[in-house]
Design a protein around this ligand. Sequence first.
Ligand code: ATP
Length: 234
Amino acid sequence: MSLLELKDVHAFYGGIEALKGISLTVNEGEIVTLIGSNGAGKSTTLKSICGQVKVTGAITFDGKNITDQAVHQTAAAGIAHVPEGRRIFPRLTVKENLEMGAFSVKDKDVVSQMMERVFAYFPRLKERLRQLGGTMSGGEQQMLAIGRSLMMQPRILLLDEPSMGLAPILVEQIFEIIRELNREGMTILLVEQNAYQALQIASRGYVIQSGEMIMEDEASVLLESRKVKEAYLA
Ligand code: ATP
């Protein structure tokens, strides 16, 4: 059984049909990547899963129907969404941002254990605990956004373009951390414009175009596909 399954999902913004009946599965322990050009529907797919846009069709998580659940419900079920553009709290410190990620955890010891785990992935955050989130660099804010989502001990991470706007060396680092998280058991659905790197760390991939899935295969097969090479790996 897949951990996450979308079946014939349609999403609308007013009269615009952003998703035209897409299907996708993510199994426990996988990195699955969703690639596609601007406006293809990648972010909308993630927003559909976490309950930010209304959909028709069926979305199941861990065997339960979560179609059209509210964001707080999908979060409680273990779905962590790290949106595009690193929405951290700019006026809160790094530490406070991380604590916000664990707002539903009452036990302070558990919160500090989770924070130590986040610091193991992102040592930079530990050095900057009292710095205001908004004054961190782009790459640091991305790390903070991912770190904050880990604080809720999710079962799946939905990452929306984590490499966007980062210098090449930071892009490498972010992909390495994603790989590391996965090695330690985290299931990840990764949306990326950086198709080459995403396919290199993923086990499977999907290609979305104008709201429709046009390809789906092992990541290694997609990397070799002429169509993918021409359209997305140029
Ligand atoms: P990008 O890589 O540029 O972020 P994307 O693949 O993530 O693209 P989406 O953000 O999912 O694309 O957008 C899919 C389509 O839905 C686009 O045509 C977009 O203009 C439209 N869309 C997205 N959000 C809204 C909204 N709030 N209102 C109206 N249309 C929207």
